[in-house]
Design a protein around this ligand. Structure first.
Ligand code: NAI
Length: 462
């Protein structure tokens, strides 16, 4: 038995960041992780491997679409799926080893195995029981399949199976037009798979600014993705290596079905807290399975905290990281804080889609007077030079004070561009503050400035 200031359960972005920060602040820290490698879902079977496949297939798309235009002749390369998978695995292992190194550097102990919490202040891993002043649940989430649909990870897959298919399928049905469905759907569409996305709602990416979502759907459709919207999937049957997806069209209750070699179920995720013993401990839970916490991440059990996907809020790695850092500060006797109003969201398709703050629909609902500054990438010289002039920047600012309330970007580098707006919002900046900031020419970021100018006297290049 060992004793620690803090034991963190789960080494995903929430847990490992919390551990490193807590150790930096002088606490004696251990992390329990049952996987063979650190980094959690995000690094092992989520954000990072998907980015490798998105990059590889986007490069292929560039060869097909744009190389000849630039005088780069020689034809399209063939795809060696095994090599692409090996590249993806290398990216993952480089990063998981990096976290192992950071643990050693910061003297964070890795307790290998799966944890249970037999009593307040105690964590059991295998036969060993360890003691800690504070325990942090950072156990993340797992795919939440539809009732009656069995994920076998070969024909009917979750995002995990979709990352390691044995071969590139000819046909794929994606259930759910959320972030996972669209990112993985576009990977396979670029590899030549006929991809159909079946979505319950009448629009893709629920919660996204509607104007951006509409433009996003149009761009994805141009890339070959097919959409069936307003369709509630009822069942998936598998037979002779094929799947049949049956759905009901909500507008007229009619039944239809689609056959595919692979079905990706991307209908959301749910908190993963199984096996921790939370019920026996009397930990209060929320109706949707999250651990109930107060504003300082504390549960109703003394010394027991929770962060990331296991609690309320967007299921995003960077939200978990920020909570991990804030909680480490709190456990070290400092003031930790997360500003939930400024958490960016990014979809890593091509083009990328990124947003922060309020959508136009939310502002309307709040009855708030706002103004919109929009600028198309078509007016951005850099974007045009690299065939990426689709999309636009949309900035929302308070009608009276000009304070930035939200930003929504679809276009090249959107996932990076959004952060200048995040910083501006953290400083309570106005659209004019952005507009008066010199932006280097020629960069994509000029489109953000132009959108800010459009909130005032007008953009220059539109
Ligand atoms: P999601 O919640 O983003 O989207 C699920 C979609 O499935 C919704 O549009 C929903 O209407 C639809 N759906 C539900 N039931 C259906 C049915 N019976 N028939 C048809 N459609 C149905 O969930 P997703 O994409 O699985 O992602 C899970 C979580 O992981 C999300 O919280 C997401 O934010 C996060 N994530 C974030 C990424 C990023 O930030 N780039 C990447 C991957 C995941």
């Amino acid at each position: 038995m060992a004793s620690f200031d803090t034991i963190i359960i789960g080494a995903g972005p929430g847990g490992y960041v919390c551990a490193i920060r807590a150790a930096q602040l002088g606490l004696k820290v251990a992390v329990v992780e049952g996987r063979d490698t650190l980094g959690g879902t995000c690094l092992n079977v989520g954000c990072i491997p998907s980015k490798a496949l998105l990059h590889a297939t986007h490069s292929l798309h560039e060869v097909h679409e744009n190389f000849e235009k630039m005088g780069l002749m020689g034809g399209a390369p063939t795809v060696d799926w095994g090599k692409m998978q090996a590249y993806k695995a290398d990216v993952v292992s480089g990063n998981t080893k990096g976290i192992e190194f950071l643990f050693k550097k910061n003297k964070v102990t890795w307790l290998k195995g799966w944890a249970t919490i037999p009593a307040a202040g105690k964590v059991q891993v295998g036969d060993e029981v360890h003691e800690a002043k504070n325990i942090v649940i950072a156990t993340g989430s797992e795919p939440s399949a539809l009732p009656g649909i069995t994920i076998d990870e070969t024909i009917v897959v979750s995002s995990t199976g979709a990352l390691t298919l044995p071969s590139i399928p000819k046909t794929m049905v994606v259930i759910g037009a959320g972030v996972i469905g669209l990112e993985m759907g576009s990977v396979y569409a670029r590899l030549g798979t006929a991809v159909t996305v079946v979505e319950y709602l009448d629009a893709i990416t629920p919660g996204m600014d509607a104007e951006v979502a509409k433009s996003f759907q149009r761009i994805l459709a141009k890339q070959g993705l097919k959409f069936v919207l307003g369709a509630a999937v009822q069942s998936v049957e598998t037979k002779d290596g094929m799947a049949k997806v049956s759905y009901k069209l909500r507008k007229n209750d009619s039944d239809a079905s689609l056959d595919a070699e692979v079905v990706l179920v991307a209908t959301g995720r749910k908190p993963f807290t199984k096996g921790l013993g939370l019920e026996a401990l009397g930990v209060e839970m929320l109706p949707r399975g999250q651990v109930k916490t107060d504003a300082h991440f504390a549960t109703n059990v003394k010394g027991l905290y929770a962060i990331g996907d296991a609690i309320v809020g967007p299921m995003l790695a960077h939200k978990a990281e920020d909570e991990g850092m804030a909680l480490a500060e709190i456990m070290a006797g400092k003031a930790g804080h997360v500003n939930y109003n400024v958490i960016p969201g990014v979809v890593y398709t091509a083009p990328e889609v990124a947003s922060v703050g309020a959508t136009e629909e939310q502002l309307k609902e709040q009855g708030r007077a706002y103004k919109v500054g929009k600028f198309p990438f078509m007016g951005n010289a850099r974007a045009k030079a690299v065939f990426q002039a689709e999309g636009f920047v949309k900035l929302l600012a308070d009608a009276a004070t000009d304070r930035i309330l939200g930003a929504h970007i679809i276009g090249p580098g959107a996932g990076d561009l959004i952060h200048e707006v995040c910083v501006a919002m953290e400083f309570g900046a106005s659209a004019q503050d952005l507009a008066l900031t010199c932006h280097a020419h020629p960069t994509y970021s000029e489109a953000v400035r132009e959108a800010a100018l459009a909130c005032g006297d007008g953009a220059i290049h539109a």
